[in-house]
Each structure stands twice: as C-alpha cells, then as structure tokens.
Design a protein around this ligand. Structure first.
Ligand SMILES: Nc1ncnc2c1ncn2[C@@H]1O[C@H](COP(=O)(O)OP(=O)(O)O)[C@@H](O)[C@H]1O
Ligand SMILES: [Mg+2]
Length: 261
C-alpha cells in the first residue's frame, strides 16, 4: 500500500471512529451493511481494510452475531462466495481465564505464561483446530485465512443468515447419532476434544450437522482432555435427552470413544 493511500485510509477510519463515538450506545451499531461500529477497534478495522486490499475479501456485508468475546460478520469474497469473519475482541480481558486451554496444549507449548496477545493466539488456535478437523474430513466450516484477530471461514447458511443451530432446530434421532459420531471422529481422526460441544455450536444443515466454534478445542495430550471430553458428552447427552431422544449412558459413550482403537 502506498503511503498516500494508507494516510487516506487512516483519516477515513478516523472520521468513522469519531462519528461513531458521537453515536448512541451499541444498539444501532449492528444494522446490516454498517460495518464499522462500536465493537471494532482501530487496529481491527485496519486489519479488515488490509484483507480487502490483499483481496482476501471483497467487502464486509453485515454483522451476524455479537458476543462478549467475539463478533461474527458476513463477508463476500471476490468470487462472490460468502465467508464468515469471526473477529475476536482484543479489549476483552476474559481471555486470561482461557490461558490453560492454550499453554497446556502441547501445540502451543512455546507460548509463555502471561503473554499479552493471547487474543491473536486464540484466533490462531481456532484456525488450527478448524484446519485439523477439515483435513480429517469432519464437517466444519472450511477455514480460509487467519490474520491477527480475524478468522475467515466458509459461511454456513444463505444470504448472510447462518444455518440454524441444534438449539433452534427440530431434532431427530439421527442427529444424536451424528453428534456422537462427530465427537468420535474429533477424537480419533483430528486428535482433538472440542471443549465447548453443545447445541449452540452445532449447525443443522440440509446435508447434516456441522460443528463450529472450535476455539476451546484441545489436543488429546492436553492434561484435561479427558475431563473436557466427559463434559462434552454430558452436555450433548443432556440436550438430546431433553428433546425426547433415546440416548446412551454418558459414561458408556466416554468409554466407547476413549477405548476404541
Ligand atoms: N462459519 C459460519 N457461518 C455462518 N455463521 C457463523 C459461522 N461461524 C459462526 N457463525 C455465527 O456466529 C455465531 C457465533 O459464533 P461462535 O463461533 O459460536 O462464537 P462464540 O464464541 O461467540 O460462541 C454462531 O452462533 C453463528 O450463528
Ligand atoms: Mg458459540
């Protein structure tokens, strides 16, 4: 990028940020098409602009979801395909409590305890987890790109509306079977435990379940991986039971997964 261009960009962003700070609180900041809003800090906006000038995406089309620690935007690539941009919020100090998920994972052994930029590492971790799953043939959104705190992946859904999660879908017995089989494949093929496996983090699409939100997933060698797996099984079993499905005993499922060769 030339200097002049980047200056222009800076001042453009500045203006947006100034006008933004004069606006009311968050509530009207999430209208479709309104990209630069209260949740994104300046470095993140710069990252998005850079992704546009680097042709990773063509533009950002609107917001999909706003959480405390991350927001998800709908972006469009130059070939018109829809992508999801999961942006981890840098200012969220809550990442501290996630440190053990990172530093106790052998893949991130080199990370020093007390590292400041945990948020970038967390984004990278989710990207790596997605890649490991995708390569192992597990149904996840295809990871496309990672830079700083912005993770780009295939958009699961239509026209900027994400597919329904299990929570808001009609449930059939086969969904339970699929969910357990995903847990198994995560363990044996991707060598991961999800860590936050629930009705909130699984899409039900026309072509089956798709699991996402893999930031918490850990390597099997993580000292707490078995405990996390137990929790994942308990959570999903509870959900399906509540929805009237026939479920296996959680402990039996655990033994089945862990002992299967
Ligand atoms: N790849 C995707 N395609 C479409 N929508 C997505 C995608 N990833 C996330 N979303 C939407 O954003 C929401 C939050 O994403 P998630 O990864 O679960 O973040 P959080 O950590 O905030 O729970 C999801 O419930 C879903 O509606
Ligand atoms: Mg989630």
């Amino acid at each position: 990028m030339t200097d002049i261009l980047s200056k222009k960009l800076e001042s453009k962003i500045d203006k947006k940020l100034i006008s933004k700070s004069k606006r009311r609180e968050l509530d009207d900041g999430f209208k479709k098409g309104k990209v630069i809003n209260e949740v994104l800090d300046k470095p993140t906006v710069m990252t998005l602009y850079k992704m546009i000038t680097d042709h990773v995406i063509a533009y950002v089309n609107g917001s999909v979801s706003a959480g405390k620690e991350s927001v998800v935007f709908w972006g469009v690539a130059e070939d018109d395909s829809n992508v999801a941009l999961k942006i981890y919020l840098v200012s969220t100090s809550n990442f501290k409590k996630r440190e053990p998920y990172l530093t106790d994972d052998p893949r991130f052994r080199h990370v020093k305890k007390g590292t400041k930029n945990l948020v970038y590492l967390w984004a990278k971790k989710e990207y790596r987890n997605l890649s490991q799953c995708y390569d192992a043939g597990i149904p996840v959104p295809r990871p496309l790109y990672i830079t700083k705190n912005v993770l780009t992946m295939d958009f699961v859904g239509v026209n900027g509306s994400p597919s329904k999660s299990l929570l808001t879908s009609e449930i059939e017995q086969n969904d339970y079977t699929q969910a357990i089989s995903i847990l198994k494949d995560l363990y044996h093929k991707a060598k991961l435990v999800h860590g936050d496996f629930s009705e909130y983090n699984i899409f039900k699409t026309d072509s089956g379940l798709v699991v996402f939100d893999l930031g918490s997933a850990v390597d099997l060698r993580h000292p707490n991986s078995k405990e996390f797996l137990k929790r994942d099984i308990n959570n999903i079993t509870r959900f399906f039971k509540k929805r009237g499905m026939i479920v296996k005993n959680s402990d039996d499922v655990f033994m089945e997964i862990v002992n299967e060769l």
